[in-house]
Design a protein around this ligand. Structure first.
Ligand SMILES: [Zn+2]
Length: 138
């Protein structure tokens, strides 16, 4: 899809690669701490709760609840390949059994968005190596 291809790609590092490659395969993964069980996101070299450096990539459920959201009508986003999708709804989503993550919600009108809305992930390829999780109402 050309609107996707025109967007800037994420800067993939060794730390973040498992997240992007899993999304390319249609899976949502986050780092879970083997010591305290905390799910960490964004990817981190150690647990935000206890400092354990042995975080393990773990497959997450794909359901979640909207914690907060914003609707962008920004002209600036036109320059980043988003024009065809405006207005863009960006959310903070509490993943079931996981952590809070930032993601786009689609397939819903901005005026129908609600905090507490149930959403489910789907995955869009953005390169040969990477995909990105997006969400739509469950
Ligand atoms: Zn921990």
């Amino acid at each position: 899809m050309e609107s996707i291809a025109a967007k800037p790609l994420p800067d993939i590092t060794d730390l973040t690669r498992p997240f992007w490659t899993a999304a390319r395969e249609g899976r949502l993964v986050m780092q879970k701490c083997p010591s305290c069980g905390t799910v960490n996101f964004h990817p981190k070299p150690w647990c935000i709760e206890c400092g354990d450096r042995g975080l393990e990539w773990t497959e997450m459920q794909t359901g979640g609840t909207v914690y907060s959201y914003t609707v962008s009508h920004s002209v600036a986003m036109n320059h980043l390949g988003w024009q065809a999708e405006l207005p863009v709804i960006m959310c903070l989503i509490d993943i079931d059994g996981g952590a809070r993550m930032y993601a786009q919600v689609t397939d819903v009108a901005a005026e129908d968005m609600q905090i507490g809305m149930r959403v489910k992930a789907y995955f869009e390829p953005i390169s040969e190596e990477a995909g990105i999780p997006k969400f739509r109402p469950a």
